[in-house]
Design a protein around this ligand. Sequence first.
Ligand code: FAD
Length: 293
Amino acid sequence: MKIKDMFEQKKTVISLEIFPPKIGAPVETIYKTLDDLSDLKPDFISVTYGAGGKAKDRTVEIASKIKHKYGIESLAHLTCISATKEEIKKNLDEIRSQGIENILAMRGDIPEDPDFDFPNPLQYEHAVDLIGEVKEEGCFSIGAACYPEGHVDCECKIQDIKYLKEKVDKGADFLITQLFFDNELFYRFMEQIDLAGIDVPVSAGIIPVLNKNQILRITKLAGCAIPPKFQRILDRYENNPAALKEAGEAYAIEQIIDLMAWGVRGVHLYTMNKPETARRIIGNIENIRSLQG
Ligand code: FAD
């Protein structure tokens, strides 16, 4: 099923994100995770695409298993910054031949390695270039990434939203946000994109914070704000991993309940491949979700 149609049918689309095992690690480890995630009955599961194109083969392989073995709709992430036109064509052919109907089309982070072997000249500069090509294929529902607090590379938030509008005009039919901890910033972003004429459904990306290193990594990469009530949790429990995990999960649950009360179209849970955490969070919102119809 195409994800754009799901948004037509459901009040809140609930999705989970997983990442493939590292190169060299057995791919089977992810199937153990999926065994545990599948009975949570998410509307779809997305599979990330390694930075710089690493582990790309596994993305399609895993997305195909999600759809055909577990009977859950899948969303294959795809990035273009380090790819050639030929590689993207090959990738799209493979995704289509596996019966995968949904692609999250992105630029990708620019690899930090100064010796990284980019195509010369670059064949894709921005996600919008990839979105146009995926759209031409005619058979995919296309998602794009968006950033409630602005993308880290973009100095002007208004300009960032203008580029987002270009992605939608080119063919993105739903959006998934970067993770955030302050719902008020998300609500403000939704008003801004509405004013910019962006009317496709937006899924809110939520991450349960499970340990101190994770939060340091996230804030460095995503540059997202930490509201005072979340900062208090971090300060109080940073050296108490068990309490931090409990409080991190509870904070994510509270965020999602608030988003659902606001009327969010979708919640995308970054699972970090931790089924027990996803289970606790989904279990806590499931009743509200079924009661709201
Ligand atoms: P773009 O939309 O191209 O934007 C990148 C920057 O360029 C922004 O600053 C934007 O303002 C600017 N820009 C956009 N269009 C133009 C234009 N036409 N002219 C000039 N400037 C422009 N990364 C991975 O490697 N693998 C993944 O699986 C992955 N999954 C993700 C899932 C989600 C939900 C999100 C939110 C991000 C994910 N990322 C992933 C990270 C993403 O690849 C990075 O944030 C990347 O730096 C930007 O990708 P993008 O598609 O948003 O790029």
